[in-house]
Write a protein that binds this ligand. Sequence first.
Ligand code: T46
Length: 134
Amino acid sequence: MSLIKLINLPPLGDERGSLVSLESNKSIPFDIKRVYYIFGTKSGVARGFHAHKKLKQVAVCVTGKCRMTLDDGIQRKEEWLDSATKGILIEDMIWREMHDFSDDCVLLVLASEHYDESDYIRNYDEFLKGVNNV
Ligand code: T46
């Protein structure tokens, strides 16, 4: 199974410009329970550094770009999110880091669950233990 799962979000464009529609269980492969967006990230700041026990998410840079690093405990891969038509699926039990935010980056995230701090694993060793069922 590929660690990087990209979702093509085709623009519904006409002569006025572009529009992307995101729908539960269509382009987004789960029921969307929460939407948030990250913007104004300061230069040189990295975010994330955690995994989720249950949460699945799709992230898309609607403006600007950032570099998403995903790690399943065996391999670590990265992908530039640099297009409003490129989503990335982040499954449960995947460590994620976001680096190199452009000044104009707006990272939109669609989430399968409501916010729950107890779903976060913020310690990498604890994440590895969870992945390996230790
Ligand atoms: C993720 C990556 C891609 C809330 O109160 N509600 C929310 O829905 C979220 C997402 C965050 N918060 C609070 C918790 C913190 O006090 O907002 C603050 C910043 O959150 P955090 O430090 O977790 O932000 P990131 O950018 O490190 O991670 C976020 C998401 O939390 C996380 O689920 O996968 O973006």
